[in-house]
Structures are given as structure tokens and as C-alpha cells.
Design a protein around this ligand. Structure first.
Ligand SMILES: CC(C)(COP(=O)(O)OP(=O)(O)OC[C@H]1O[C@@H](n2cnc3c(N)ncnc32)[C@H](O)[C@@H]1OP(=O)(O)O)[C@@H](O)C(=O)NCCC(=O)NCCS
Length: 160
């Protein structure tokens, strides 16, 4: 399915095994501690996982990974290609995830974000998340705090 994006069409769909290598490359360009290929394969095999990819002009522009448990879900990863950021792709991925989760009767979506990751924090705030807790010194690589954020997946509070 295609969503409008500054005049371009972005295709967002469930990730397929053929996307693995591109996702792995995006992981390594996006995170200080990227998932290994084996961790990605585990996500592909996990029945509770939802993996979405965004393609722009046929190339992988972004992806996200989430896991559901009953009526709650966690956003584990979201990344947009460094040259494709600030075009609305992260928002489009989150909106698609929220719609998919709502259809599964999931009511609340949680995530953790580094306190210093301002682009991600702004994205989440703009998509209806709020900070519900701070985990001090959570990240062992630099001692940074983690913020726990949550969004209610009802129409009146989540604004796709
Ligand atoms: C966080 C990330 C996924 C955002 O993706 P994106 O496609 O650039 O986000 P969008 O274009 O949809 O931006 C949506 C909103 O987020 C905020 N935002 C995004 N990038 C921003 C930046 N660099 N500075 C400030 N705000 C920013 C803005 O409020 C923006 O809305 P606006 O365009 O109306 O101003 C992307 O920066 C990324 O891949 N970062 C590296 C990986 C990462 O940190 N993932 C999150 C881990 S918790």
C-alpha cells in the first residue's frame, strides 16, 4: 500500500526474508549497538513480532520491529536511512504499526529511548507518546538514561 510523502510514494509492507541484508545494513548505520544478523533472524521467526519496511523508489528507506503480548506491544527498533530522514518516513512507519496493532486489539504501545536522542523523542511526542518513566544510567555503553514512553492506541489519543 502506498502513502503520500512529499509528492513521492512510499511503500510500507511487512518485512520479508529477502529484506534481511538491507535491514542489517540499516541497523549498522543507525545504532551504536546494532542487532546482529542472528538477532534479526530471530525476530523474523518470532510469532509475536511485527516487522515493517518502508521502500522509497524501490530502496529500503526504513524499518521497524515490534512485539505484541496480549493487549500491549513494544516498539523494539525504528530506523530510517540517514539520507532519507525528516521526510515523514518514521511517522508513516509508526502510523502503520499503530493501525496494525489496533486491529489486533492492542491498546498500549511502549518503547524505550535514549534521553539524548532528540530526533527520536520528538518523533514519538509528535505521534502521541508521552514519557511515563526514566531509567537512570540504563545504557551501559555511556551511562545515559532511558526514557520509557507509551501511547494509547485509541483514536482519541493516538494521532496518525
Ligand atoms: C528517529 C528516526 C527514526 C526519525 O525518522 P524520520 O523519518 O526522520 O522522522 P519523521 O521525518 O517522520 O519526523 C517526524 C517528527 O519527528 C521530529 N524529528 C525528526 N527528526 C528530527 C530531528 N533531527 N530533530 C528534531 N526533530 C526531529 C519532528 O517533530 C518531525 O516532525 P516534523 O517533520 O513535522 O517537524 C530517525 O532519525 C532515525 O532513524 N534515527 C536513528 C535510529 C534511532 O535513533 N531510532 C530510534 C531509537 S529509539
Amino acid at each position: 500500500m502506498a502513502d503520500g510523502l512529499n509528492g513521492k510514494d512510499i511503500l510500507i509492507q511487512g518485512a520479508a526474508a529477502a529484506d534481511l541484508e538491507e535491514i542489517f545494513t540499516l541497523e549498522r548505520s543507525s545504532f551504536p549497538r546494532p542487532w546482529s544478523r542472528e538477532q534479526l533472524v530471530e525476530e523474523f521467526q518470532c510469532p509475536a513480532a511485527i516487522l515493517l519496511v518502508a521502500r522509497l523508489d524501490g530502496c529500503l528507506a526504513g524499518y521497524l520491529a515490534s512485539r505484541c503480548c496480549l493487549d500491549e506491544a513494544e516498539l523494539l527498533k525504528i530506523a530510517v536511512h540517514p539520507r532519507k530522514r525528516c521526510l515523514g518516513i518514521g511517522s508513516a512507519l509508526l502510523d502503520r504499526l499503530a493501525r496494525q496493532l489496533s486491529r489486533r486489539q492492542v491498546k498500549r504501545l511502549f518503547l524505550e529511548v535514549r534521553a539524548g536522542n532528540l530526533p527520536a523523542r520528538e518523533l514519538y511526542l509528535a505521534r502521541g507518546f508521552s514519557v511515563i518513566a526514566r531509567r537512570r544510567g540504563y545504557y551501559s555503553d555511556n551511562g545515559e538514561d532511558a526514557l520509557v514512553m507509551a501511547a494509547e492506541l485509541r483514536k482519541e489519543t493516538y494521532s496518525p
